[in-house]
Design a protein around this ligand. Structure first.
Ligand code: DOR
Ligand code: ZN
Length: 430
């Protein structure tokens, strides 16, 4: 493998330095390093050097949903977004509830080789919510599944959830819950509030999230198991998480970029590009999400990258599928909502986008510090760049971005996975 010399990079935003990578590992860090013969040189030009980003929550749609995304197009989007590992949700067709499907996803990810693709296993057979999937078989497969979720659906039955947590404990795995009491939401897809009322849309009450999280924290406590709460959207849920964490429950939580930035004010356009589950909520909620992320009550940012081909989005609100793209805009939305307002510094960004997600997902060689002897797995970020989002220009097969035409700050200028440059200046390095 060719050596790599990164010149003029600022680790965690600190003073510029050079980083020499040999055999995929950081060999030396210091100013004025000489490039060995034949080494690739990447002039970072003062860009911020962070550990590569890890996304605990993406939908890559393969197998079965290839008109919206494939593992290949999703890997491109991930590399361009600064990600070096992603966890692919199991709501595919067939569902990833067996060793066959998780091994397929894992193998395709490795063949493409741009980002480590870790399949998430389903908790219940076919996401049906009734029978536990073969969690042990998936954990023992070549894909080594460590995260299980029925995402898109909630594991609503408390007894099934309890059993799943008990298995997770035994397998040293994590249950990632899509917290939505379906009896309370009834499939509604707008935040229960003034905006929905004006448009005549049925509301998704925040209590449908809060009550499931409270229940699951109690079940995780009793099982001694690790629970991860997907896409927290309501301020009320934060209080439940804070109390549970203080009591020693093994619970972690994620927030999406869109729940940090966007509110249900977007519904006024009636454009289904803003339809997402859980729904965009009020400004009080986005404020609470930002504060909880800064405080650490919410551990990580995860994108819930949810590509949908245009036939599923360019249609009426009621029938459009929920979800929005996230991989290539995540860093910029985080800069806009957290870095520029002073809620997170670059060490904080590394914590929520790299270190904590790698810990939760059980990835020993991701989210590591930028230091000698560590894997050369990086995202390089130009904090001063400003760019205009164009869905059609994103690498995903679908283009359902809620940020169309918005000018966002901060850009990923390069991504490096174990010494290999996977993206540079907006282009995938195949
Ligand atoms: O908006 C969403 N889209 N929420 C989910 O829980 C599932 C996801 C999808 O698969 O499209
Ligand atoms: Zn979900």
């Amino acid at each position: 493998m060719t050596d790599l010399l990164i010149k003029n990079a600022r680790p965690y935003g600190e003073d510029p330095t050079d980083v020499l990578v040999v055999d995929g590992v950081v060999d030396r860090i210091g100013p004025g390093l000489e490039a060995p013969e034949d080494a690739d040189v990447l002039d970072a030009d003062g860009a911020v050097l962070l550990p590569g980003f890890v996304d605990l929550h993406v939908h890559l749609r393969e197998p079965g949903g290839e008109e919206s995304e494939t593992i290949e197009t999703g890997s491109h989007a991930a590399a361009l977004g600064g990600f070096t590992a992603v966890f692919a949700m199991p709501n595919t067709d067939p569902v990833a509830d067996s060793d066959v499907v998780v091994e397929h996803v894992h193998r395709r990810g490795a063949e493409i080789g741009l980002v480590d693709v870790h399949p998430v296993g389903a908790v219940t057979v076919g996401l049906g919510g009734e029978r536990l999937a073969e969690m042990g078989t998936m954990a023992g497969s070549r894909a080594q599944v460590r995260l299980f979720s029925d995402d898109g659906r909630c594991v609503n039955d408390p007894l099934i959830m309890r059993r799943a947590l008990e298995y997770a404990r035994a397998l040293d795995a994590v249950i990632a819950q899509h917290a939505e009491d379906h009896r309370l939401t009834g499939g509604a897809q707008a935040h229960e509030g003034a905006a929905a009322a004006r448009l005549g849309l049925t509301g998704w009450p925040a209590a449908a999230e809060e009550t499931v999280v409270a229940r699951d924290c109690a079940l995780a406590r009793d099982a001694g198991a690790a629970l991860h709460v997907c896409h927290v959207s309501s301020a009320r849920t934060i209080d439940v998480l804070r109390t549970a964490k203080a009591a020693g429950v093994r619970v972690t939580a994620e927030v999406t970029p869109h729940h940090l930035l966007l509110t249900d004010g977007r519904l006024a356009s009636y454009d289904p590009v803003h339809k997402v589950n859980p729904p965009l909520r009020g400004a009080d909620d986005t404020r609470a999400m930002r504060e909880a992320l800064a405080e650490g009550v919410i551990d990580v940012v995860a994108t819930d990258h949810a590509p949908h081909a245009s036939q599923y989005k360019d249609t009426e609100w009621e029938v459009a599928k929920p979800g929005m793209l996230g991989l290539q805009t995540a860093l910029s939305v985080l800069v806009e909502t957290m870095v520029e307002p002073g809620l997170l510094d670059w060490r904080g960004v590394a914590r929520v986008l790299s270190e904590r997600p790698a810990e939760i997902g059980g990835l020993p060689d991701q989210g590591r510090p930028v230091a000698e002897g560590e894997p050369a797995t990086f995202a390089l970020v130009d904090p001063d760049a400003v760019w205009t989002v164009r869905g059609a220009a994103l690498a995903s097969r679908a283009s359902n971005t809620p940020y169309e035409g918005m000018r966002l700050p901060g850009a990923v200028v390069a991504t490096v996975l174990r010494g290999r440059v996977t993206a540079r200046d907006g282009k995938v390095q195949a």
